[in-house]
Design a binder for this molecule. Sequence first.
Ligand SMILES: [Zn+2]
Ligand SMILES: [Zn+2]
Length: 288
Amino acid sequence: MKKSNNPRPRVGFHAPIKGGLHEALIVAKDTGCDTVQIFSRNPRGWMAKPLTESDIATFRKTRRLTKIRPVLVHCNYLVNLAAADELMLEKSRASFREEVERAILLGVDYLVVHPGSARGSCEAEGITTCSASLNAACRGLEMGKLRILLENTAGQGECIGHRFEHLREIMDACPTLKLGVCFDTAHAFTAGYDIREDDGLQALIQKIESTVKTKNVRAIHFNDSRAVYNSRVDRHWHIGQGHIGEDALRRVAQHPRLAHAAFILETPYDDPRADLQNLNMLKSFVSS
Ligand SMILES: [Zn+2]
Ligand SMILES: [Zn+2]
């Protein structure tokens, strides 16, 4: 067999958990995915139904059978680890700790989280608060193989994490957590990293290398953008139909420095056929 230095990237999408968490693994397998991302709970509520022994056993067994890897959990949307408000910060840290505990119980590989919004303070303070939150929320937990991935943001509102330098600072402030990175293409584009042309992508790869390092980019949220360049607006869109475009996204999917990462589609669910179309496009990019 021919040996390649650049194995084909693993591909998958954010799958629904309506039929139970393990159903997402089955859907991923049935659609020819290697990897998958899920929520481990309702992403828009503070309260999470505790995982039962049976939920955990079924999930782990289905995981062994389907061999889907890596499995990513995306943190719920209410958590704000950079919150300036004391009460919000306390709730966020508790909820994030619960997310980490659930991810450990399920035996998943990665937990993806946005660094948060510094509304009411400033970016520098938001970065410090986020780092302290990560350390506090994980204190005393046996993380095992679970790795937390910081996602770059569009910089909407007062969200931190729209520069890779922010992520580097947070990683440096949490040395025991060995944080990784999830690179969202749509967020980077609207945050002002112009990846439409090859030289722009090369510049971004250089930026990532000199800050968080490409080897720490364990996942890529592979999305086109409905929002225009540098707008700081977060609107994912179907592959090839947004402002980033097919050629630019193909270059991302085929970049040798990113080939080790799990490529996850987070394109809109408006039409189930669109999901498969997006997946087929991603598959065609990585195998050509
Ligand atoms: Zn996200
Ligand atoms: Zn994302």
